[in-house]
Design a protein around this ligand. Structure first.
Ligand code: SF4
Length: 297
C-alpha cells in the first residue's frame, strides 16, 4: 500500500460549542479531505474487522470509523476526516493515517476480515417486520428505537426474538486475488429453514424427555433455560444465551464466539449484556462462575 496522496483540502467552519478562550460559544474547526494515490477499498473488510466502531456501507461504498479520536470516512479513492482544532493538526494527521493504512495492509494476513456490509433500509420497513410489542427483549426500549438502530447498523435483526423467519438467507464468501488479497465478496442465497426446523424439533424432543425424567429423579441438576418458559426461572437465560455462556466459560473471545455460532460480534455483545444483567455480574469470569454454580452450563 502506497502512503502518498494528493488533492488535500482543508476547510474551516464554525460550530456552536463552549470555547474556553472566548465569550462566544462558536468555535472554528477544520475538516480535511484528500486522495490516497492507491484505491483503498480492499482494506475495508479489515478496517471493519479490527475497529469496533467501524461501519462498512454497501452503497455508496465507504467505511466510517474513529482513528485517534477523529471521525474518518474512507471511500475507495477519497478520505474525509473531521474535526480538528487547527489547520496544522489536520495536515499533520494525514501521514499518520496513511501509515496506519499501510500497517493494516501489511498485517492483513493476521486480521480476520469482517464482511458484513450495511445496506440502507428505511426504519419504517424494518419496523413493519417486528411484532411491535415493545417487550424490550432486544435491549431497546421500543420497537421503533430497535428499528432505527438496525437501520444504522448498531443492532442486528436477530436480536428481536419475535422477528419472522426470513424467506431465504444469504451467505457472503470472500474472493481473493492471486496474492491472497481480499478483492471482492460474493453473496449467495441459501436456505436454512429446513435445518432450523430440524433443530427446533430436536430441542422440543429434548425438553419432553427432560420433563419425563424430572419426576423420577426429583431434580436433574441442570437448570432448564428456554425462551418458552421464562416465568419458571430466575434468571431465565435463552437457549442462545446459554450457548454464548458456555463458550465464554471455555475462554473464547467475542469474535470466536460469533464464528462458532454464525452470528456477528455485535450480536454476541448484545447477548453478553443480557447475560450480565440476568446473572447480575459485571465480567465474563463472574458470568462463567455463576453459570457453573447455578448448573446452567
Ligand atoms: S424484542 Fe422485538 S418486539 Fe420486543 S421491543 Fe425489541 S424489537 Fe420490539
Amino acid at each position: 500500500m502506497r502512503t502518498s496522496y494528493t488533492d488535500v483540502n482543508c476547510m474551516v467552519s464554525n460550530i456552536n460549542r463552549p470555547h474556553p478562550d472566548a465569550d462566544s460559544k462558536s468555535a472554528k474547526v477544520w475538516s480535511l479531505s484528500f486522495k490516497p494515490d492507491q484505491e483503498t477499498a480492499f482494506l475495508f473488510p479489515y478496517i471493519n474487522g479490527v475497529l469496533d466502531d467501524a461501519l462498512w456501507y454497501e452503497h455508496p461504498e465507504h467505511v466510517t470509523f474513529l482513528f485517534e479520536g477523529y471521525r474518518c470516512v474512507l471511500y475507495p479513492d477519497l478520505a474525509a476526516v473531521h474535526f480538528f482544532e487547527t489547520r496544522q493538526g489536520a495536515l499533520a494527521f494525514i501521514p499518520r493515517f496513511m501509515n496506519y493504512l499501510e500497517t493494516l495492509d501489511r498485517d492483513k494476513e493476521r486480521i480476520l476480515p469482517n464482511l458484513n456490509q450495511i445496506r440502507h433500509i428505511s426504519v419504517l420497513d424494518i419496523f413493519r417486520l417486528l411484532p411491535r410489542s415493545n417487550c424490550r427483549d432486544c435491549g431497546f426500549t421500543t420497537c421503533m428505537a430497535f428499528s432505527a438502530a438496525v437501520a444504522k447498523g448498531k443492532a442486528v435483526a436477530d436480536q428481536c426474538p419475535g422477528l419472522a423467519q426470513p424467506m431465504s438467507e444469504s451467505a457472503v464468501y470472500p474472493v481473493f486475488d492471486s496474492q491472497g488479497r481480499l478483492v471482492d465478496s460474493v453473496s449467495l442465497k441459501i436456505d436454512t429453514a429446513g435445518l432450523k426446523q430440524r433443530i427446533l424439533d430436536q430441542e422440543k424432543q429434548i425438553r419432553m424427555l427432560e420433563a419425563q425424567f424430572i419426576p423420577f429423579g426429583g431434580s436433574h441438576g441442570h437448570m432448564p433455560c428456554s425462551q418458552e418458559s421464562p416465568g419458571n426461572l430466575d434468571p431465565a437465560l435463552t437457549h442462545r444465551e446459554i450457548q454464548v455462556l458456555e463458550l465464554i466459560a471455555q475462554g473464547y473471545t467475542n469474535n470466536e464466539i460469533g464464528q462458532h455460532l454464525f452470528i456477528s460480534p455485535h450480536t454476541v455483545k448484545s447477548h453478553m449484556i443480557h447475560i450480565f444483567n440476568k446473572l447480575n455480574v459485571s465480567d465474563r469470569t463472574q458470568a462463567a462462575v455463576t453459570g457453573v454454580r447455578m448448573g446452567m452450563i
